[in-house]
Write a protein that binds this ligand. Structure first.
Ligand code: PLP
Length: 440
């Protein structure tokens, strides 16, 4: 009796019949089908394989099907698969201890959530309770998740149909390539962005502002590495006005930039850190808020009005413990720095030198972006249809890419080898040559 082989079409049809997708019109979707994955490679049911330069939604930092993480999850399944958050649980304690130990001095506790959005939701809640203030400042160029306050704090277009939360104020973060401040150097961009933020704080009333929420490096908004001094300037403004500084490390954290947290490279220490994605590479949904001692102690004798049924779910916690241990022992963060800064980035710079389509390259470690333009002088963003065609060509050539607007975010797993990066870059080179005619 022969088994009937599953095809991509079978899985796609099943999906299209029953699954409702995120951020889309449901009518004409054609989702990619993936059957399996290992390391940095994925495959479908029809025999196609792909090298991953997307880490899915920039979360599979440790690569796919890491044997050690899978083994820890299987052991946790046999031991205890679920337990309420009010209990003390070994895996939860071990996960929290490891995360606190990675944080800068002065951080003391972790509140676990299901993902990144509710991490920001709860960080905002903590800041409001701690300060007794209401307003939350965040950047127009940002994404913080799709729940009430997190989507209202988000700056990009996805906020607009979801603006039901009160007290959110947006400001422009620095982005020299498309400066809002007419700046011509990083130093000027930094200075003017900080002056703008100061004026916004003054005009909104400093004593009404609970928190400034910022991605350490805005990710989906374009991997906008802040200029030297900007994060320190924001920290100084927060200190001056008694505002809680929340840094969102959901995408940039856990090795992505070549350090455990992205903000470490900017010489700042926030008051709250939100995380998710890379903490366990998304093997089980999990996120959380890392809480500095003063805020954590405040809640020793003030009621924390927040909670989730699955806060610190044992299976997610076991995946965190094993992911962090494996990352340390296998030097995954060091790999992200060495291969990201030493192979990937020079490779992208070489592509930019060859292809006029590439207007700008920026990033740190395994967190890089190329901005594609039809005209370098005027920085004209490449049209959406052209970007879609490039993405399709990359996929057909065997590379999974992360395309946002006119950008390709080049964000492979932090475990990717120099050889794999080089192999992928050769495919980028070929595909960009194919589309060279789009550049004027
Ligand atoms: N914060 C940042 C910086 C993100 O990139 C994301 C998701 O992409 C989120 C928050 C939301 O995380 P989640 O989708 O896990 O809720």
């Amino acid at each position: 009796q022969s088994e009937i082989a599953i095809t991509n079409d079978d899985v796609r049809q099943l999906d299209r019949s029953y699954v409702f997708h995120s951020w889309s019109m449901q009518g004409n979707l054609n989702p990619m089908v993936i059957a399996g994955a290992k390391g940095c490679e994925l495959w479908d049911y029809d025999g196609n394989t792909y090298l991953d330069f997307s880490s899915q939604l920039v979360n599979v930092n440790i690569g796919y099907q890491h044997p050690r993480v899978l083994a820890a999850m299987k052991a946790q399944l046999d031991e205890l698969v679920t337990i309420a958050p009010a209990t003390a649980n070994l895996a939860r304690g071990e996960a929290a201890k490891r995360i606190v130990e990675l944080a800068p001095e002065g951080f003391s506790k972790v509140f676990f959530t299901n993902a990144g959005a509710d991490a920001n939701e709860n960080a905002i809640r903590m800041a409001r309770m701690y300060t007794g203030r209401d307003k939350v400042f965040s950047a127009y160029r940002s994404y913080h998740g799709n729940t009430g306050s997190a989507i209202a704090a988000t700056g990009d277009w996805r906020r607009v149909p979801n603006e039901y939360s009160r007290g959110h104020v947006h400001f422009f973060n620095p982005y020299l390539y498309r400066s809002e401040f007419n700046a011509t150097s990083e130093a000027e961009e930094c200075e003017r962005a900080l002056a703008h933020l100061r004026r916004m704080i003054e005009c909104e009333g400093p004593t009404s502002i609970a928190a400034i929420l910022l991605e350490s490096i805005p990710g989906t908004a374009g991997i906008l590495v802040p200029p030297a001094g900007y994060m320190q300037g924001v920290r100084a403004l927060a200190d001056e006005f008694g505002i809680v500084l929340i840094l969102d490390e959901v995408m940039a954290g856990f090795g992505r930039t070549g350090s455990w947290f992205a903000f470490e490279q900017d010489g700042v220490v926030p008051d709250l850190i939100t995380f998710a994605k890379g903490v366990n590479a998304g093997y089980v949904p999990a996120g959380g808020v890392l809480i500095s001692a003063p805020i954590s102690h405040y809640f020793d004798d003030h009621f924390f009005a927040g909670g989730l049924t699955y806060s610190g779910h044992p299976l997610a916690m076991a995946a965190i413990v094993a992911t962090l241990d494996a990352m340390k022992e296998e030097k995954v963060v060091e790999n992200a720095a060495a291969v990201g800064n030493g192979v990937l980035r020079p490779g992208l710079d070489a592509l930019a030198a060859k292809h006029p389509l590439i207007g700008n390259v920026r990033g740190r470690g395994m967190f890089q972006a190329m901005e594609l333009v039809s005209d370098r002088k005027h920085k004209t963003p490449l049209a959406a249809t052209d970007m879609a065609a490039i993405k399709t060509a990359l996929t057909q050539a065997g590379v999974l890419s992360f395309v946002v607007e006119n950008r390709i975010h080049v964000v492979p797993p932090c475990t990717m080898s120099a050889e794999e990066v080089t192999r992928g870059l050769a495919i980028f080179d070929r595909v960009l040559s194919q589309f060279g005619y789009l550049s004027r």
